[in-house]
Design a protein around this ligand. Structure first.
Ligand code: C2E
Ligand code: CA
Ligand code: CA
Ligand code: CA
Length: 270
């Protein structure tokens, strides 16, 4: 149909497959090219203390520069899956980490910054060493760097994951389990992976005010996290009603469009 009226195409499943292969290849090439030619940039979103709405830290969120796209950037949901599939995520995560550590070094009054590290990076056992070396080189206190472990569903070996997190915590930076509550093994992760912070997935927060089940889940997750001595963050806080419910549930920190959107020049940066 897309080719217009009065035409026809022969369909073969193999052809479809090779086309997917082609787009994957070109994404891989685009990611490599962007890594080599300053083709990525970081936007920052605030995470705020519930009790007084003061800024706790910032989260760095990566975008791919692209003049043809709205806002001049391609959003991560479009390219991160390709970066994960092709293994390029290891280089991308390292790029983000060095940019953030340089930012922290250049601006000593800048609040702490969280970076996202894909569960795929557990395949990169030297990453904790890389982070430690950069922190030392730039003279940045490890307490100013938070590491959010995302896509932990990609974790294939719990022992590797545990070793990775222990090495990360040994560097002194703060370790955070991202997207908590989604995926099959969240509570197993909580038991075995010794994170400092639990970030409750937006899935439970988005329609908290209309969803009694989500309220039960969030209350439960906060209570368990606190009993384990962990800090809790709720993301996707889009309005004041949700914020007030989270305060009542005892959530420690919040992030979301109600407070601010990710932006290149976040006022908290300076
Ligand atoms: P995430 O780590 O769960 O990040 C939060 C996402 O939710 C961000 O989308 C943020 O813009 C969005 N968000 C925050 N508050 C709200 C809200 O109130 N409403 C709505 N509708 N959205 C909100 P973003 O920037 O598109 O990032 C998407 C995902 O891409 C991230 O999810 C993370 O998994 C991944 N990602 C982003 N940057 C990096 C990176 O540097 N490395 C890796 N490995 N993954 C990254
Ligand atoms: Ca995150
Ligand atoms: Ca998240
Ligand atoms: Ca996510």
């Amino acid at each position: 149909k897309a080719a217009g009226k009065g035409t026809w195409r022969l369909y073969h499943p193999d052809a479809d497959h090779s086309r997917n292969e082609l787009t994957r290849l070109s994404w891989k090439e685009r990611i490599i090219d962007a890594l080599e030619h300053d083709g990525f940039e970081l936007h920052f979103q605030g995470i705020y203390h519930c009790h007084d709405k003061s800024l706790a830290h910032l989260e760095a969120l990566v975008r791919m520069k692209d003049e043809g796209s709205p806002g001049g950037v391609i959003m991560p949901n479009n390219f991160i899956p390709h970066a994960e599939k092709t293994g390029k995520i290891l280089d991308l995560d390292r790029w983000v980490i060095q940019r953030v550590i340089r930012q922290l070094a250049d601006f000593p009054d800048c609040p702490s910054i969280a970076v996202n590290v894909s569960g795929r990076s557990f395949d990169d056992p030297d990453l904790p060493k890389y982070i430690h070396a950069l922190l030392v080189q730039y003279g940045v206190s490890p307490k100013r760097l938070l590491v959010e472990l995302t896509e932990t569903s990609a974790v294939s070996d719990m022992t590797d994951a545990q070793r990775f997190i222990d090495a990360l915590r040994a560097t002194g930076c703060v370790v955070c389990l991202d997207d908590f509550g989604v995926g099959f093994a969240s509570f197993a992760y909580l038991k075995q992976l010794k994170a400092d912070v639990l970030k409750i997935d937006g899935l439970f927060i988005r329609d908290l005010q209309n969803d009694a089940d989500s309220q039960v889940f969030v209350r439960g997750m906060v209570s368990i996290a606190h009993d384990l001595g962990k800090t809790t963050i709720a993301e996707f806080v889009e309005n004041e009603v949700i914020f007030n419910m989270l305060v009542e549930f005892g959530v420690d920190q919040v992030q979301g469009y109600w407070l601010d959107k990710p932006q290149r020049d976040h006022p908290g940066l300076r």
